[in-house]
Design a protein around this ligand. Structure first.
Ligand SMILES: [Zn+2]
Length: 324
């Protein structure tokens, strides 16, 4: 392994894009962070990525072997972004456009799947064959590496851990189903429950930060967490329900995948109080013994570069030959 063999890794997020020079060993040697400016539309955003990729390429001693791009949404196996809700993209041939411009092998994958691969190869899952990653933020995503292979499924949709049903008649989820883990524990769901609590009890207006002047829409999961930390009963109940839903999901993931590491990441996942201990306790009490005895729950550790590193490495690894 040497720093001469490297790949471009790109993380296209809703507000910012990271474009990185990732060495074969997973080190980021150079990177640029730009605003996404989603209002430019797919072509504007993609041209900006191409421009910055060229700049990173010119600053390097040699050319990249490949480019891996992670982004939120439904990515078809052929590299087409079928639907990216946070950018409003429908059926965009991201692989085709990037490949035409950069003339190197291109791999597109879901951002959380890319992060899962990064965590498995270089982060909290390093050295283990079977890991599951649960990323809890505004939404909830996930991924699994089983037997050293990233699970993709028949239509590239394997790993949608946020849409694991934990309450059959629970709240409506963004996917249309009722009671998905995401509908109880994602950032948007926690904020929504707080807004509903305020609307049901007008005395609470002004209690939640940001809810003064009836500006209920500005409440975030962070506000609810903060208030729960101060002992507010409603906020504590919402947070506790979210944690219980996550624990229920994790018992299911342990029984289904039998991983040796369950990696918890995402801004909210790392901020929920005692989440890892609560999951471990739940696993001990309720998961199958065989599924949980070798299992440790650990925090993610690649942080903001996980997607770019994972996408670059996934493309750089032997899998790159399949799509070059
Ligand atoms: Zn759902």
């Amino acid at each position: 392994m040497s720093d001469d063999r490297w790949g471009l890794g790109v993380d296209i997020g809703g507000t910012k894009i990271i474009i990185a020079h990732v060495a074969e060993g997973g080190n980021v040697l150079n990177q640029k962070i730009i605003p996404t400016n989603a209002q430019q539309g797919p072509l504007g955003v993609i041209n900006h990525v191409i421009q910055e990729a060229h700049a990173i390429q010119s600053a390097a001693r040699n050319n990249p072997m490949s480019i891996g791009i992670g982004m939120a949404g439904q990515i078809l196996p052929e590299g087409i972004v079928e639907f990216a809700p946070n950018l409003g993209w429908h059926h965009v041939d991201l692989k085709g456009l990037i490949s035409e411009a950069l003339k190197i092998p291109v791999l597109i994958l879901n951002d959380v799947r890319a992060a899962t691969w990064g965590e498995w190869k270089f982060g909290a899952g390093k050295g283990f064959n079977d890991i599951v990653c649960l990323m809890i933020g505004t939404g909830i995503g996930g991924g699994a590496v089983i037997g050293g292979n990233l699970m993709t499924g028949a239509n590239n949709a394997a790993g949608e851990l946020g849409h694991f049903p934990v309450q059959l008649n629970g709240p409506k989820c963004t996917c249309g189903n009722l009671g998905c883990l995401e509908s109880l524990a994602a950032g948007w769901a926690i904020a929504k429950q707080a807004k509903e609590a305020i609307l049901h009890d007008s005395n609470r207006r002004g209690v939640f930060p940001g809810s003064e002047n009836n500006d209920i829409d500005s409440i975030t999961a962070k506000d609810v967490l903060l208030l729960a930390g101060k002992g507010d009963q409603t906020a504590m109940l919402i947070i506790n329900n979210a944690i219980e839903a996550i624990v229920a999901g994790c018992i299911g993931y342990a029984n289904v995948f039998n991983p040796s590491r369950l990696i918890i990441g995402g801004g909210l996942g790392l901020a929920l109080p005692h989440l890892i201990e609560r999951i471990e306790k739940g696993l001990k009490e309720r998961a199958l013994e065989a599924a949980s005895e070798k299992l440790k729950v650990v925090p993610a550790n690649l942080m903001q570069n996980a997607v770019a590193i994972g996408a670059a490495d996934f493309a750089l690894s032997s899998r790159a030959t399949a799509f070059s």
